[in-house]
Design a protein around this ligand. Structure first.
Ligand SMILES: C[S@@+](CC[C@H](N)C(=O)[O-])C[C@H]1O[C@@H](n2cnc3c(N)ncnc32)[C@H](O)[C@@H]1O
Length: 226
């Protein structure tokens, strides 16, 4: 199996991503969410959302993290979410409504490389298993957008597959390269990308999933950031 230092590419258009996640939306909570639950919870613990905060989730999927964040920020806070899939948005909105949490939740269908929010709008941003499905040049675009919409001193938490030279990671990357439409996400170096985008990494925590490396990274936008 070929060893490569480089992060694999994701040869997929935004429209293909939208179609693919629309198709997956109804099965997501049964087929995928249970296997990622622990890692997402670790990310939410690291985010430690406080009452009254305004928090954005990028790529919220079926909305499980949004529910937890909406509960934590409470009525005085607000949660916003952006996702490219209309079907994911429909499911997430229904869940928030069912739990009486839709009042302070603002969901948008859109592409995270162009966030439709004002500069310095959020106290914190959360992402889980999303950054690792953007093609390499887009990772930086997404993080630069996150930095723009985050308040000075604000924090970002990212949970994603982590690049590592292990047999299981290399096997997984080979499968990703062979079947990119089916195995869309791949290991990345989130901490390094966050630093490249101008964040300061505060904490990195190693996790695993099916023998693959997963990393939770907490980073901050400095008080003097542009
Ligand atoms: C693997 S799912 C993860 C969902 C959720 N974060 C979770 O942990 O359950 C990835 C999500 O990212 C969304 N997504 C993919 N490309 C996107 C883009 N360009 N902009 C915004 N969201 C996108 C998908 O529609 C999908 O809901």
């Amino acid at each position: 199996m070929k060893r490569t230092e480089e992060v694999c590419r994701v040869p997929r258009s935004k429209e293909e991503a939208r179609t693919s996640y629309n198709r997956l939306s109804k099965a997501y909570d049964i087929l995928i969410h249970p296997f990622e639950k622990k890692q997402k919870q670790a990310g939410l613990d690291c985010l430690a959302a406080n009452p009254g905060e305004k928090i954005l989730e990028v790529g919220f999927g079926t909305g499980n993290n949004l529910l937890a964040i909406a509960r934590s920020v409470g009525e005085k806070g607000a949660v916003a979410g952006i996702d490219i899939s209309d079907e994911m948005l429909r499911i997430a909105r229904r869940k928030l409504e069912a739990k009486g949490l839709a009042g302070n939740a603002h969901l948008t269908r859109g592409d995270a490389t162009q966030l439709p929010y004002d500069d310095n709008a959020f106290d914190a941003i959360f992402m889980s298993f999303v950054l690792d499905l953007f093609d390499t040049p887009d990772i930086l675009l997404v993080l630069q957008e996150c930095k723009r919409v985050l308040k000075k001193g604000g924090r970002i938490v990212n949970v994603s597959l982590q690049k590592a030279d292990t047999l299981s990671n290399r096997l997984y990357e080979s499968l990703h390269n062979a079947f990119p439409a089916m195995i869309d996400c791949r290991p990345i170096r989130a901490g390094r990308s966050l630093e490249e985008a101008g964040f300061t990494v505060v904490e990195e925590r190693d996790l695993s999933m099916w023998g693959l490396k997963v990393r939770c990274v907490l980073a901050e936008k400095g008080q003097n950031a542009e």
